[in-house]
Design a protein. Structure first.
Length: 290
């Protein structure tokens, strides 16, 4: 996945929060379970994470500076910042009429971090926090995704994660979070429908990013997506399906406990957004839509 040549990406879009001293809690099997449960969550984390004994990685706060196109294509943190700017440009005009758009904040942290949803650690995985409207992740998450969950990796696979979390922000702006009952689980639950819709929104962005121009230019953010790159994004979606995670943990597949959807569903809804590119096509709450 490559950003188009021409100009640089401005700085200040992402905050970096370094380790504050101690090692964050949540390693080993506990960390794996936390990652599996909270992966890509749009839910308020405070009931689970409050009281965790971990360092707050916010001890040192800096901002990601201006990145060249080459850096955005090779450095994961610059890619995070540049992808968010692409998402900003897309969703500023793609949100429904009558919805006031505002971009989410973003933190790349190391170890642990204090958020509007409570304390979180690197083991939590990427997440969006509705109260403070920020996206949080430790960039080393992608190594875990490959090593523990068997994902292929690749730039578009990383961008899919960013776009999914951004999709939760769009749901927050449009009232989906307020209307949905995200307290329970199960294959037909609102929790699953929320997550699959965020996958669909990620696909919408990916399908349009090769045509969405960078502000003040006629240059699109991304070069055309290749079949290999698209396959990597779909592979990442499959790697975080509830059924795949349950299989990886050595247990049986139990749809009654699902909170994010199966591998097949996550791939299908990303593809729906990618190919159809409309909010209407991403209505996972429609009867029998799953």
């Amino acid at each position: 996945m490559t950003f188009s040549q021409g100009g640089n990406f401005e700085g200040g879009r992402v905050r970096r929060r370094g380790r504050a001293g101690g090692v964050a809690a949540g390693g080993g099997i506990v960390g794996l379970i936390a990652l599996a449960i909270y992966l890509f969550t749009g839910q308020d984390l405070s009931p689970v994470l409050q009281g965790a004994q971990q360092g707050d990685g916010g001890g040192q706060v800096t901002e990601v500076g201006e990145c060249t196109v080459e850096q955005a294509n090779t450095d994961p943190v610059c890619r995070f910042s540049a992808t968010l700017q692409s998402l900003d440009a897309y969703w500023a005009t793609a949100v429904p009429q009558g919805v006031t758009f505002r971009a989410p904040g973003a933190d790349e942290f190391t170890g642990g971090v204090s958020t509007g949803c409570g304390q979180a650690s690197s083991a939590t995985g990427p997440f969006y926090c509705p109260p403070d409207q920020r996206i949080y992740l430790d960039i080393t998450f992608f190594e875990t995704l490959q090593q523990q969950f068997g994902a292929q990796g690749g730039p578009l696979a990383e961008m899919y994660v960013y776009a999914h979390e951004y999709g939760h922000h769009v749901q927050n702006l449009t009232g989906v979070f307020d209307r949905a009952d995200r307290s329970g689980g199960g294959a037909e639950s609102d929790s699953v429908r929320v997550e699959l819709q965020a996958d669909c929104y990620a696909g919408m962005w990916a399908g349009a990013a090769t045509e969405t121009p960078r502000p003040g230019t006629d240059t699109p953010f991304l070069e055309p997506i290749t079949a290999e790159q698209l396959a990597q994004a779909l592979d990442a979606a499959a790697a975080v399906g509830d059924d795949h995670i349950q299989q990886q943990s050595g247990g049986g597949v139990n749809p009654d406990t699902w909170t994010h959807g199966s591998s097949e569903q996550r791939q299908r809804w990303f593809t729906t957004g990618y190919e159809q590119g409309s909010l209407e096509a991403c209505d996972t709450f429609a009867t029998d839509s799953l």
